[in-house]
Design a protein around this ligand. Sequence first.
Ligand code: N01
Length: 532
Amino acid sequence: MSPEYDAVVIGAGFTGLYALYRLRELGMRIKGYEAGEGPGGTWYWNRYPGAQVDIESLTYSYSFDEDLQQEWHWPEDFSKQKDLEAYANHVADRFDLRKLIQFETRVDRLRFDEDEDLWHVHTDAGDHVTARYVIAATGSLNATNIPEFKGRESFAGESYHTAQWPKERVEFAGKRVGVIGTGSSGVQIIPEIAKEAAHLTVFQRTANFSMPSRNRPMDPEFEREYKKNYRAYREKAASDRSAVVPHIERDRSVFDVGEEERERILNEAWAARSGFRFIRSFNDVLTDAAANEVLAEFVRNKIRQTVRDPEVAELLCPKTHPLGTKRPLLDDGYYETFNRDNVELVDVRTNPIVEITPAGLRTTAHEYELDMLVYATGFDAMTGALTRMTVTGVGGGDLRDKWAHGPANYLGLVIAGFPNLFMVHGPGSPSVLAQMITTGEWQVDWIGDRLKYLRDNGYRRIEATADAEAAWGQETKAIADATLFPRADSWYVGANIPGKPRVFMVYIGGFPAYKQRCDEVVAEGYRGFALS
Ligand code: N01
């Protein structure tokens, strides 16, 4: 039996779009499925007020087409959701990708056919197609998390999750709004709601470190210079561990300089729109707890200087984890928001949420009456998009069972027992700890090269060996264990989802090392893969 498609691409976010482009260039018969009505993935779904990327868009953009990168204009340094969504639509049209994608269709079941070496792909719209390969461009932060609060359905007001925000304008004016969650989404939406709502109650379980984004309109001179040297900037980013242009990185320890000099360096980095590259002002911030604490206290002092009420300021000061080990945040006036009369901060670590009631929310200490509840409660990250589907591999093995103790994988790209299935930004890859458009392009190119090789050499099946997978798991764990990352209860380790196994899910050896590892494996005759 010959499959209908050479490859099905799941998801039309930035990596899915590029996968469609690249595989079509290779002359493959391809089909894309996308749950949204349009392309953009993350930047389609996260349309909450204040949503903006926290990497400069001249970097956080496609590099595969010179004309595209020269012609596209980003209005601000850090683009708003609407500009990123417009860019995704532009790319879909410019490269004629739309006709390859079936929108408003969610893939809900994948079954590998061992006799025919192909995948059966089923969707919630009742489609069933077959494809030799499946590319899961399903995103790292796609499966939304709404905690199972008692009484959640009973709430009489409006409720929204930040990543399922409606297209229609949501009115906050005159309303008592509650926001649960103070991660990236929370710190972006909270200042926006505060400007309009009659009253805003912020329910904070964990204070996190946030740095000012200092976003501003694109400087035409800067844009011209950047575009003139685009290739060099892209090369710089490609050789950086986070795939960004590292305009702050000093190869010295926090303790190599005196206190005064250190303060000067940190103040300069803080003021310099360095974003969370502030953390890279010294080289031991993520590996040495004492060095980390120096920067952590610097940020806490900034919070204390900004927030007028000392009790509120202290509550906003992160003390539960080292700086940078939970995803750091960039904000536009987050801490200042707590100086407003209509904003209240509630500590739900000390007094946890007990239930949602028809009238609002009850903690162990108090009941809060609300007209609207906003869940900025994040995602079942890294694995949720795949485990919410039913994915059946060799011998009828279910991916959920396979990953019950952690998301075993090889190179963050493939999974033993699930042949011909490739992940982009999967667990075990640099994914969320590197700039995802550049790393996504690279992974897609790597996958495309493999598919071409398989085709040219008459193979129709590729899979990881169990040994290679186990060794990769140990390697990624060893790299993470040499850092402070595993110490934090973050979504990087699945800590935000009750019952999720605690495994650090990101390859943190840096993008250059990752590329080298993936290329080595190929050069060594597809080490760790079985081809047939
Ligand atoms: O989600 P999060 P997010 N009771 O998981 C709290 C990317 N992103 O959507 O920390 C009370 O970070 C939870 O508390 P705690 C970015 O990679 C990027 O904000 O678990 N509170 C936390 O405060 C980011 O890291 C951008 O104790 C509960 C919050 O909800 C990732 O997406 C913008 C709770 C969830 O924070 C996720 O960010 C937005 C409970 N039961 C997102 N359960 C940009 O590029 C959860 N919380 C700018």
